[in-house]
Design a protein around this ligand. Sequence first.
Ligand code: ADP
Length: 298
Amino acid sequence: MPRRGTGPPQPRRIPNVKQVVCVSSGKGGVGKSTISANLAVALSLTDLAGRKPRVGLLDLDIFGPSVPKLMGLEGMGEPELTSYGGLIPMKNHGVSCMSMGFLLGNASRSGAGEEEDEERVVAWRGMMVMKATQQLLFDVDWRLNPLAPTPESPDQIDASNTPLDVLVIDMPPGTGDVALSLAQLVKVDAALVVTTPQEVALIDAKKGVAMFNKTKVPIAGLVLNMSHFVSPDTGKVFELFGKSTAVERYAEKQKLDILARIPLQPQLSAGGDEGIPATLRESLPAFESGSSETEQQQ
Ligand code: ADP
């Protein structure tokens, strides 16, 4: 655990990670974790100057960790430790993953009984949450081979052992303590704010944007999830959660790009349930990107 003085926290790099992208949402249930998992997998499949990038996925949703399920890593037991106590990520679908769900054993969303889950959540308030957040942020050994000799300083990027090119962080919903400490403690290269067209989701997403602006975290843009549904039979577009105009107006006012408009796609939720992110399947229609106002019929 890194030691700190009493002054204001200084954002610093996560050891052995080159770039940090965090995915946030004001409100739960808008698809933040689904997007984080699919983004991590999609990034790991891209071409980075002739090689595949090393990508990690960190689940900071301490009270509702879903990365173990989404990445097909449920029931894998607790992570192993390096000789100096670093947490060793678990790997699946080409992505190195770490989640509170691994540390809580079976007590992730679909693991332990509801009562036991609730007890743990109550016990996890306050200081312990902050400790766990810092541990997940700074005590994971993201190197390709965590069992290689310890680098001299934990902040040092060990050239002999490949670091992560990108770490995608699935943040807890809202702008609570965990989200705020991430923004204050870690040098984040880009934040994505996920919203749906619904007014309630947008109201909360605005709070996320305000938090990032205040903590000087660069916002890459908004992701508009569940923006529409395309009928597979007729190709007709249904805007089940209402028109996207409020989000578009807000984005324009804030000079934020809408990076992607993701339709409701049964493959996305099925992929999550099966622990196989839908981006791994070639048949998934490409996500529509850009902020064009016309909905494309796929
Ligand atoms: P959050 O992390 O914001 O709480 P999740 O990623 O857990 O949200 O998503 C909530 C539910 O919505 C999950 O069942 C997920 O499979 C589903 N879902 C998310 N995005 C889509 C989408 N574009 N199409 C279909 N289902 C989706």
